[in-house]
Design a protein around this ligand. Sequence first.
Ligand SMILES: [Mn+2]
Length: 345
Amino acid sequence: MARPADRPRPYRPPLATPGRDNPAALAYTAREIAKPKGNPMTTLVFGHKSPDTDSTGSPIIWAWYLNETGTPAKPVLLGEPNTEAAFVLKHWGLEKPAIIQDVTAEDKVVIVDTNNPAELPASINEAKIQAIIDHHLLAGGIRTKNPIEITIRPLACTATIMHDLIGDTLAQAPDSIKGAMLSCILSDTLEFRSPTTTPHDRAVAEKLAADLGVSISGLAAKMFEAKSDVSAFSDAELLRMDSKEYNVAGKELRVSVLETTAPKVVLDRKASLMRSMADVAKEDGADQVLLFVVDIIKEEATLLVPNDLVKQLAETSFGATVTGDTVVLPGIMSRKKQIIPALKL
Ligand SMILES: [Mn+2]
């Protein structure tokens, strides 16, 4: 905010001297000094439950920016990061943020990569929410104590929005922060294949890659390989890994997406996955689990069809002809842009 010396300063009324003729300022100063050790005023930055790369990387990016600009902050997670996000942390030498279970009325928080209370800690509306930075539809249900900063933009990735909000300060960021930003964009855009990708997401990613001297295709291939390694997960874990609930024509649907470069690994398990669907639905209070296995390379989705409800849904929503227990949906890659808007019964 430097002002050129040759420009006249605008008139401003003199400010009260804090602590002398301004009791409010004195109280504030006292409170600041009284801050106990451990700094409970640290702002917690987090994304959604079942964190993917964007919900792991974006809190790290934003906490870095807040600290850089004078607000103590730390990134936290609402669960174990997925295999791609874990790879991204390791690849850029970033520490895995602590996992929290809930928030309290004492916590200052910034919510990123979601605005849906169903994907946030149970006590989210108790917390001192400071800001929301997101790229999803406005779900409703979040309540705040004060007016807050909300930035929701129709871009492919939270990190792209952060890039724009951070502006010139990004030049001060270490490679790990720029690398996290690049990885978030490659993850959410599936290396620009997803129809959610905007020219701006692509331009920001290409600028970051050039700055870092990184090959986009090389990094994306390693990330997708990590994401495709799902051998360690149970069927129930796979069904919940990247999953969001939606109500369609009175039916509560858990819409799960598995993005992979090796769909065969998942589809070889289809019988036990379909058996597990009923239990997962029951435990989560849903009527049906839908599993879309997205082939990142072939740019298509395979939907598992365990019963007549899903068969009807596939035919009505996607105009597909279902003959067996799976159906291939060419070109379908994005839950946000292609699956959710199409779902009907
Ligand atoms: Mn995202």
